[in-house]
Unconditional design. Structure first.
Length: 362
């Protein structure tokens, strides 16, 4: 049974620039070009800035282990397998998702400018971190962006007792002309597996609605949950949507699907073989970007000014809390789990990375 750690032992305040430089140094030390190392670091630290620590720097030790074991490659350029104009299938060659994904979404954005819609299906891929980053890449280019991925099976079918489908994340980002983008980013389980691993490393129990043990019994012990199954969000609805994302990513691309997608934290020498799908929609196709952004901003304003329940003084749009948290943490320091920082520094030491001084603020 996991023992809960005191709050003071859990999180550390660090300088974002220091954190990014340290992560970048690790990936440079294991053979990446410094520019590519910076891209990987930027993606991971952005997740921590937005409060999505399960997709942040806590992943560095696992990524490095897989790089050293051969389960992920240092390839960076995509191979175009099929090009049909508005739609493409590309092969990531087992490279880091933080390098293949911006290229794939870049293709989708460019094609949407020509055809109104750009769709890029990616096979032979590796974990790409927070899906929101890639959907927001499109939104910041004036497009409506969608990013999704399949994962190794983690959830049973309704009534089942076997992992059959991943928790398959989905992100949708909508540009506005007032305030941050509207950003939905969700895994189709009650929570991402990374949050359970984070709770396990921090010695924290989890709500019993998150996962089951290996026998299918709900548990508050994250260590038992890692060995068991995640529970889908909204029951059969979450399972059904996760199954459809498996179709839109792995089945559509000709890549891995179902249990062909390998676990990230086991068998580090075997390719992850997940698949992604990126979609960019240019609102010019439907009447013009400015009109669209005006309408999306009006929708956002309508949500914000809608009636609140007793005791609630403010309503938020999807992604708004994360955007505000990121802005605050960029100025004042980013809070990360102490276990995550310890893992990062241990990995940096193991690979001989030079860690800058003066990063910790508390």
């Amino acid at each position: 049974m996991t023992t809960q750690a005191p709050d003071a032992d859990r999180r550390v305040l660090v300088r974002p620039a220091w954190l990014e430089a340290t992560v970048s140094a690790v990936f440079t030390a294991v053979g990446f070009d410094p520019g590519d190392s910076a891209k990987i670091a930027g993606a991971l630290v952005e997740a921590d800035l937005r409060g999505v620590s399960s997709h942040g720097v806590m992943l560095v030790p696992m990524y490095v282990e897989r790089l050293n074991a051969g389960g992920v490659t240092r390839e960076r350029d995509l191979d175009i397998v099929h090009d049909a104009g508005a739609a493409m299938v590309v092969d990531a060659r087992g490279g880091m998702g933080q390098l293949s994904s911006p290229q794939a979404m870049g293709h989708a954005i460019e094609r949407s400018g020509r055809y109104g819609i750009g769709l890029v299906s990616v096979r032979n891929a590796h974990h790409f971190g927070a899906a929101s980053r890639w959907a927001m890449q499109a939104a910041r280019a004036g497009r409506l962006g969608i990013a999704m991925s399949n994962t190794t099976p983690l959830m049973p079918a309704p009534g089942g007792a076997e992992r059959i489908v991943g928790n398959n994340p989905l992100a949708i980002a909508v540009p506005t002309d007032a305030g941050p983008e509207i950003v939905l980013d969700m895994a189709l389980s009650a929570v991402a597996l990374g949050k359970i691993r984070l709770a396990s490393s921090a010695g924290r129990p989890i709500p019993e609605t998150w996962a089951t043990d290996s026998q299918g019994v709900p548990t508050t012990d994250p260590e038992q949950a890692v060995l068991g199954m995640l529970l889908p969000a909204a029951g059969h609805k979450g399972f059904g949507l996760a199954l459809m994302i498996d179709v839109l990513t792995g089945v559509l691309s000709g890549g891995g699907w179902g249990d062909q997608v390998r676990p990230l934290y086991r068998e580090p020498g075997r390719p992850n073989d997940c698949a992604h799908m990126f979609l960019a929609i240019d609102p010019e196709l439907l009447g013009g970007i400015e009109g669209f952004k005006e309408r999306s901003s009006a929708l956002a304003a309508r949500v914000r000014r809608s009636a609140t329940a007793p005791g609630i003084d403010r309503l938020h749009l999807p992604g708004e809390i994360e955007a505000e948290r990121a802005e605050h943490q960029r100025r004042n320091g980013v809070l990360i789990e102490k276990s995550g920082l310890d893992g990062l520094l241990a990995t940096a030491h193991a690979v001989g990375a030079v860690v800058p001084a003066g990063g910790v603020l508390n």
